[in-house]
Write a protein of this length. Sequence first.
Length: 337
Amino acid sequence: MSLSLDQPLWLLLLPLALLPWRRPGGLPVIHGALALLPPDPVGQAIALGLRVLGSVAIAALVLALAGLRQPERVVQRVGRGAEIVLLLDRSASMDQGFNSRAAGGSGGLSAEGGGRGRAKSRVAREVLSEFVAQRSGDRFGLVAFSSVPMPVLDFTGRTAAVQAAIAAGGVGRGLGETDIGQAVQAALDYFDERRFGGARIVLLVSDGGDHLEPAVRERITQRMRRNRVSLYWLYLRSTGSPGLVAEGGDAEAASNVPEVFLHRFFSTLGPQYRAYEVGDPAALQRAVADVARQADLPSSFDETLPPRRLDGLCLALALGAGLLLWGAQCLQRARWA
């Protein structure tokens, strides 16, 4: 275990810990009868122990003054779960309410009058909060996006931190533009140069799509396959949208709709992609079930632990040694009183 010091100059006082080992001053008392005394191993052990306690008390005080601490460290954890990046749309359209079709049903989307008039961004935060609460074994990161991606939270297994990051997405209003291509790549950045330890998922929550350039589509495809990342899209259907799958005679015309175009591109990823229209409450349950099936697998990951201060432990050790010395002195005085 590596240790560090905040103020190492205090270690110049560490030689004071040798004071209990100095010989008593003055001339030794010489008496012929002393040679007749039997050996006293118990007394010698007690004397040795008292000297050790004195050295420990002084050294612990010096280390406390020097600010002894355990630096930030990375430990490997083994458990069950997945690494999931929540990709949350914060565009202006997310501040609008659901239509009647998207608002019906149950499962968290239909409270307060069926959800009519509730902002999609608010519903998205509720969905994500419920999802995170059910996945205590997973590690989450969060990226919000509109015209540019905004990394909010790095991977963590601390549910309270993830819930706070999700709630922070409700501050302010969204912007007018959306760049999902940059957002997906920002989410994939979380997995670059990271040791593979289990299921990896990007959970996209958005009410719109994007026409991605061929170069962007190629980069996303290569990075997802190289890092073995799965993409789940919880699509919040807006009023007038043809949905993600256009059928019949409108299929060709609907191919120009951004969300239809984006869904067709993501579909080329094969098994790495799943899409759900969150306007249907049952779709949300299917999405959660699918993520659960992928996430409930053995996984290993590296966790960064914050620095840990040890000066309090040093002070407690010094206090304990001092109390023992004080108790020994009180017993000695009572014996000779």
